[in-house]
Design a protein around this ligand. Structure first.
Ligand code: C2E
Ligand code: CA
Ligand code: CA
Length: 697
């Protein structure tokens, strides 16, 4: 997970839904206010258009009144215009009147609904009496249809709603005309008003519904999103993201500064296999069981999560490393028996979070977990349960692996890999009868490096196939050169890693490389390590047969170091058997060791194979092997691996001729001793040999 993902998840977790709800409600309120405002504008427009006809009548009355001197004479004319009116002189006395004077002069309406210059509006008293509403109201003029209900009126096309009111306007002479007006609403108008009101009401209701739906959806989406982001579908609990965020919160809290925490990567080793043999669903059930078992066996405040398929990141508070190991051991023991029908295994890689606030500052759980994963990776090759603590040693190893990875391609390009030859001698005649090509790395960055340091790295990262090609190519080239020099080189065996055997055209690749160098096929022997024999047997038999068809001898390396050696011998048509050096490293019961070796030699002879004993250092062993009919010996007794130039001097010579040629120990380059550091393989070469190697450089 990237840092930005984490930040965004954190943001999402921290933002409260209330804020967005408040925003939505606010926006909706604005929408409602706007809608009410629109309704009012429409309403005002309607009222205004209605009052205009009424005020026009009053204005006409005023105009007529002003234009004549015979004020009394025009009263009947004015009465035609208005049913009810009266005229007051300057002193406020009524001088003329017609119809009912129901004007409530005390209630003048200055509402902005009637904004007409020079005209004052008043309430209608009669209306007040009728309606009880002192401000403004409608009276129903039903014509013939007296005292009808509104519902009936609505059905009556002729009926109108009348809202009577009074208005006054000053004349030029100073008198004031008061006239009764009627806001008349036809059914059509009423329908429009009702429609507007209805629309506004619907609008408001819609907005309210939308707001409620949005708020509910928002809360639901947020819940869903949090579930997606922070919940693991298998365990229905913490996922990796939640693990990261929660653990980082814990370690960065002031009160947790001095607590000790361990980050654990727990791996359910057999998970994939279990799914393969059962089903995905059963696999998930098993993962849940594992999760629950772990959860039940850690502290309440410890964090357990399920990240990807078989991985469970844990975050455990501990006091003492040994105590923690015991706790993890206990959890693993329970997990091994989590299903009564299976015995599972689990790997736990553990990395530690330093105590102290300063040490914890800026610490990234991601990288600590990465260390825990690196620790689990060291258990990759074993199917047994195990616990590994990440430490400086492991870090160094990881750094080395990384450096090798970084430099490997350039090293091939720059021909930094050197072919060393270790001669094989006939123990009866001391004649040179073969050699094994062994790689060394003369690196400008690391110095002189033994294969035990980098071959396992290449085997893991796949680069081993490049090295095997490289070695074969260089050996074929050397043999060609020696032939061209008139020497009579003996066959050289080249190691081919098992990783190579997945390539179905491997025999052809080997043939082509050898042919490219114009090297006779009989001069090359292919060594297969025993581990290669665990793979697809048919493919292996086919590859061996084709190699033999092309004229290459094929040998089984390290015979006796694995448990299925005999089994492999039964099926594979090999030419040479190389007895593992382990046979000659000394045993408590030498007699039994001799019996086993003698029988292995007999077995090889009966199968028509040549036999090479590896790692022989003692004269007595040579004598014993010679007596048992061993064909060749490759060991320090005769010679250590040496550069091509040294080996070249041994071609065509007996071991006994060599005393003055080259001392057997002096087999690594002088330059290596003087100018470079030697990185020995402390894992595969015993210490005394390492010392030997270094001394001999
Ligand atoms: P290996 O193929 O079993 O090679 C024999 C190893 O035993 C060599 O170690 C050799 O130096 C060592 N040895 C031989 N005689 C004696 C002895 O009398 N005493 C002791 N103590 N050791 C002896 P080296 O050269 O360090 O190679 C280690 C391993 O690295 C090889 O074991 C082989 O598995 C691998 N390797 C070396 N070169 C290559 C290569 O070109 N390709 C591949 N795939 N693997 C290689
Ligand atoms: Ca070998
Ligand atoms: Ca070997």
């Amino acid at each position: 997970m990237g840092k930005t993902d984490k930040k965004q998840a954190l943001k999402l977790r921290k933002t409260h839904p209330i804020l967005s709800i408040v925003c939505t409600v606010f926006v909706s309120l604005l929408a409602i206010v706007f809608m009410v405002f629109l309704g009012l504008v429409a309403y005002r427009y309607l009222i205004q258009s209605k009052t205009n006809t009424q005020t026009d009548k009053l204005k006409t009355m005023v105009r007529i009144y002003d234009q004549t001197d015979d004020k009394e004479g025009i009263i009947p004319t004015l009465a035609v215009i208005s049913d009810s009116f009266y005229i007051k002189d300057k002193d406020g006395n009524i001088i003329y009147s017609a119809g009912d004077n129901t004007c409530d002069e005390s209630q003048s309406s200055e509402s902005s609904l009637f904004p007409e210059e020079g005209i004052t509006f008043y309430d209608d008293k009669a209306m007040d009496l009728l309606d009880d509403d002192p401000s403004f109201g409608f009276t129903i003029d039903t014509g013939d249809l007296d005292s009808k209900t509104i519902g009936e009126i609505v059905n009556d096309r002729e009926a109108v709603l009348k809202a009577p009111f009074w208005m006054s306007c000053k004349t030029v002479s100073g008198d004031t005309i008061y006239s009764k007006g009627n806001l008349e609403f036809s059914l059509h108008d009423t329908a429009i008003i009702l429609a507007i009101a209805l629309l506004a009401a619907i609008g408001v209701i819609v907005v309210i519904i939308v707001v409620i739906v949005r708020v509910v959806a928002n809360i639901r989406d947020r819940r869903k999103m949090r579930k997606l982001l922070f919940l693991d579908s298998v365990s229905d609990d913490n996922n990796w993201m939640r693990y990261l965020i929660t653990t980082e919160e814990i370690i960065h809290k002031r009160r947790n500064a001095d607590n000790l925490y361990a980050v654990v990567n727990l791996v359910f080793v057999n998970y994939r296999n279990f799914v393969l043999c059962h089903s995905m669903e059963e696999g998930e059930i098993m993962l849940r069981k594992v999760y629950e078992t772990v959860r039940a066996n850690v502290g309440k405040k410890d964090i357990v999560a399920h990240s990807t398929s078989q991985n469970f990141p844990l975050f455990i508070k501990y006091r003492d490393k040994e105590e923690l190991r015991m706790q993890l051991q206990g959890i693993i023991s329970k997990l091994e028996k989590v299903d009564p029908d299976h015995r599972f295994s689990f790997h736990a890689g553990v990395a530690f979070i330093p105590a102290g606030r300063a040490e914890k500052r800026g610490l990234d759980i991601d990288s600590v977990y990465n260390h825990a994963c690196a620790a689990t990776m060291t258990l990759e090759d074993t199917d047994e349960s195990g616990i590994v603590f990440f430490d400086d040693e492991l870090l160094k190893k990881q750094l080395w692996i990384d450096k090798v990875h970084e430099k490997q391609a350039k090293a091939v390009e720059n021909e930094e890999f050197i072919v060393y030859y270790q001669p094989k001698y006939n123990p009866r005649t001391d004649e040179l009868c073969g050699a094994e090509a062994l790689v060394r790395w003369q690196s400008p960055d690391f110095g002189f490096v033994f294969p035990g340091r980098f071959i396992p790295v290449f085997e893991k990262n796949g680069f081993i196939t490049e090295i095997d090609h490289y070695m074969l190519d260089h050996v074929a080239r050397d043999i060609r050169r020696w032939l061209d020099q008139g020497l009579d080189p003996v066959p050289v065996s080249v190691n081919i890693s098992r990783a190579h055997f997945i390539e179905s055209d491997l025999p052809e690749q080997i043939r082509d490389i050898v042919d490219r160098n114009n090297c006779p096929h009989g001069s090359i022997e292919i060594e297969l390590t025993e581990s290669a024999f665990f793979d697809d047997k048919n493919a292996l038999i086919s590859a061996i047969s084709r190699l033999q068809e092309y004229g290459f001898a094929v040998s089984m390396d390290d015979f006796g170091s694995g448990y299925s050696s005999l089994n492999s011998l039964k099926d594979l048509p090999l030419n040479v058997l190389k007895l593992d050096a382990g046979f000659f490293r000394g045993s408590d019961d030498e007699e039994r060791e001799h019996i086993v070796v003698a029988e292995a030699i007999k077995l090889a002879k009966n199968l028509n194979m040549k036999i090479v004993a590896e790692g022989v250092e003692e004269k007595e062993t040579v004598d014993f092997l010679a007596g048992e009919g061993c064909d060749m010996i490759q060991g320090y007794y005769y010679a250590k691996p040496m550069p091509g130039s040294d080996y070249e001097m041994r071609i065509g010579k007996k071991a006994t001729d060599l005393v003055e040629l080259a001392p057997v120990e002096a087999n690594e380059p002088e330059t290596a001793k003087e100018e470079t550091t030697v990185i020995t393989d402390t894992e595969t070469v015993p210490e005394e040999d390492t010392k030997d190697d270094q001394a001999g450089i």
